[in-house]
Design a protein around this ligand. Structure first.
Ligand code: HEM
Ligand SMILES: [Cu+2]
Length: 546
């Protein structure tokens, strides 16, 4: 996109930008700058990811041996529950939108900030408050219901810290609602002159669609949690059949949010994919408007398929059939995206820099995750593999293989913009490779385990499953190294990396037209947009700087 803005190359020490505009802890804790808030989220979700990872280590250590000899089954229940809660509610859901989305959406649309900067800061405080409650439940004994909180166990039988954990998720949920609202209003009201809807970067479209789900779906989760609380504290009989309630109702409410929630996680990463693939193949995304609308279609259809989590829970056969068919429908817009990204690569001048390696990882892993979703959506197959490691493998391929690959790819791509410095390319490529290999060694054997009948959430298993479990645990340690590497070299680069300049990848998009790191108000002058998104002209390729 062409605009009037041009930035003179000046050392990042002398120039004023959002990082050195103000020093001291107060200037961070009371900031309303979307870029600083993005960094607050970045640090906090990294913390929760590390914590969730620690629980994952315990799970994989326990499953090294069939006997279940590392911890008691009760402890094991708490460990996988905390792993799930930390990863889903405190890492995956905020991952891309709260960090990259917060940082980039205003810049990508040429705005000075989000529509409601104070609400944005309040969202971060709510998120942290939620995290504190969840942590409180961990240190005071933990919770053992699984991240899904199924009744009647969560409301009647569990004697662990259900209420503080649920409260933590409730509070963090409001953070998600407010972030979604903020994004929606910002995209509607604050686009730069000339930036029509169909010139928006696809990252913005994807986050817009995810925001719709956050605003429409999260309140349902909030109500569900409040009902669990009321039932557990006062036995008012919403879920208890002895009092006229229905435990299946809980599952309907829970999955009515939690299936769409998987799209809150994956859509923003899909947005990252569109940016990466166009930048590193130097082409406009093939079928731009199909990719844009498929995000919205996923957001809409995503609300219609929750019952595929309940095929074996006793819903009516007809309901199950309808949910099965609808589940196939939601696969179509996802497949449209994969097809269009692949078509974008075709005859592009592809360069294999780190973000692109992560993008390739996403493509492969997300495709496997999505295709196995089709297996699960088939009623008969699901009855065989439900509640086995097949499901565990499926959703990890989507969420770890898809969401985190997109997140890391995006983090590398925009790192020079965020920090003003380049990361060491060799180390970064190595990390992408290690993550990819470690990931597959961890989760592919789980498809086989599930197919052979190993149930999920058990802390002991028959000996015949050991070899595959050892493979999985070995893979997990490789994966862990793959995640630690970026932590070290990215932190290193903040101090020692060479200065990046405004646009080290020669990418399009407004965020690349301002300095790195950007000034506090993003642009010196309001940019005026005159071109479509992704106006790459392969013929006049500019050499890569930095
Ligand atoms: C695109 C992103 C997707 C994400 C993030 C995702 C995520 C998940 C998660 C987290 C679970 C496990 C829930 C639990 O703990 O029980 C799950 C299960 C399931 N998924 Fe997906 N999924 C995706 C795509 C799909 C697609 C495209 C389909 C079908 C066409 C599908 C069908 C299913 C089914 C049927 C189950 C339940 C299996 C069972 O419990 O027996 N998923 N998915
Ligand atoms: Cu689902």
């Amino acid at each position: 996109m062409s605009t009037a803005v041009a930035t003179a190359p000046e050392s990042i020490h002398r120039r004023r930008h959002y990082l050195n505009a103000d020093y001291g802890i107060r200037s961070w804790l009371f900031t309303t700058d979307h870029k600083r808030i993005a960094l607050l989220y970045l640090f906090s979700i990294t913390f929760f990811f590390a914590l969730g990872g620690l629980f994952a280590v315990l799970i994989r250590l326990e499953l090294l041996t069939p006997a279940g000899d590392l911890m008691t089954s009760d402890t094991y229940n708490k460990v996988f529950t905390m792993h799930g809660i930390m990863m889903v509610f405190f890492f995956l859901i905020p991952s891309v939108p709260a960090t990259l989305g917060n940082f980039l959406i205003p810049m990508m649309i040429g705005a000075r900030d989000l529509a409601f900067p104070k609400l944005n800061l309040a969202s971060w405080y709510l998120f942290m408050a939620g995290g504190v409650f969840a942590l409180y439940s961990v240190v005071t004994g933990g919770i053992d219901t699984g991240w899904t909180f199924y009744t009647p166990f969560s409301t009647t039988y569990s004697n662990t810290k259900v209420i503080p954990a649920a409260l933590g998720i409730l509070i963090a949920g409001f953070s998600s609602i407010f972030t979604g609202l903020n994004f929606i209003v910002t995209v509607h009201r604050m686009r730069a002159p000339g930036l029509t809807w169909f010139r928006l970067p696809l990252f913005v479209w994807a986050n817009y669609a995810a925001s719709l789900i956050m605003v429409l779906g999260t309140p349902v989760l909030a109500i569900t949690i409040i009902l669990v609380f009321l039932e557990r504290a006062f036995h008012i009989g919403i879920f208890d059949p002895r009092l006229g309630g229905d435990p299946i109702l809980f599952q309907h409410l829970f999955w009515f949010y939690s299936h769409p929630a998987v799209y809150i996680m994956i859509l923003p990463s899909m947005g990252v994919m569109s940016e990466l693939i166009s930048a590193f193949s130097r082409k406009r995304v093939f079928g731009y408007s199909f990719v844009a609308f498929s995000s919205v279609a996923i957001a809409v259809f995503g609300f219609l398929v929750w019952g595929h989590h309940m095929f074996v829970s006793g819903q009516s056969v007809y309901a199950a059939m309808v949910f099965s068919i609808l589940s196939y429908l939601v696969a179509i817009p996802s497949a449209v995206k994969v097809f269009n990204w692949t078509a974008t690569l075709y005859k592009g001048s592809v360069s294999y820099q780190t973000p692109m390696l992560y993008a390739f990882g996403f493509l492969g892993l997300f495709t496997i995750g999505g295709l196995t979703g089709l297996f699960l959506a088939a009623l008969g197959v699901d009855v065989h593999v439900t509640d086995t490691y097949f499901v565990v493998a499926h959703f990890h391929y989507i969420m770890v293989g898809g969401v985190i690959m997109g997140y890391l790819g995006g983090l590398h791509f925009w790192w020079p913009k965020i920090t003003g410095r380049l990361y060491p390319e060799g180390w970064a490529k190595l990390s992408a490779l290690v993550v990819f290999l470690g990931f597959n060694l961890t989760f592919f054997p789980q498809f086989v385990l599930g197919y052979l009948g190993m149930p999920r959430r058990y802390h002991a298993y028959p000996e015949e499953f050991q070899v595959l479990n050892v493979m999985s645990s070995a893979g997990a340690s490789i994966l862990g190294v793959g995640y630690l590497l970026p932590l070290f070299y990215l932190l290193w680069s903040m101090r020692y990396g060479p200065e990046a300049g405004p646009n080290p990848f020669d990418a399009r998009g407004l965020e690349w037209q301002t300095a790195s790191p950007p000034p506090t108000h993003n642009f010196e002058q309001v940019p005026i947009v005159q071109e479509e998104a992704y106006a790459y002209h392969a013929a006049q390729e500019v050499p890569v700087a930095g």
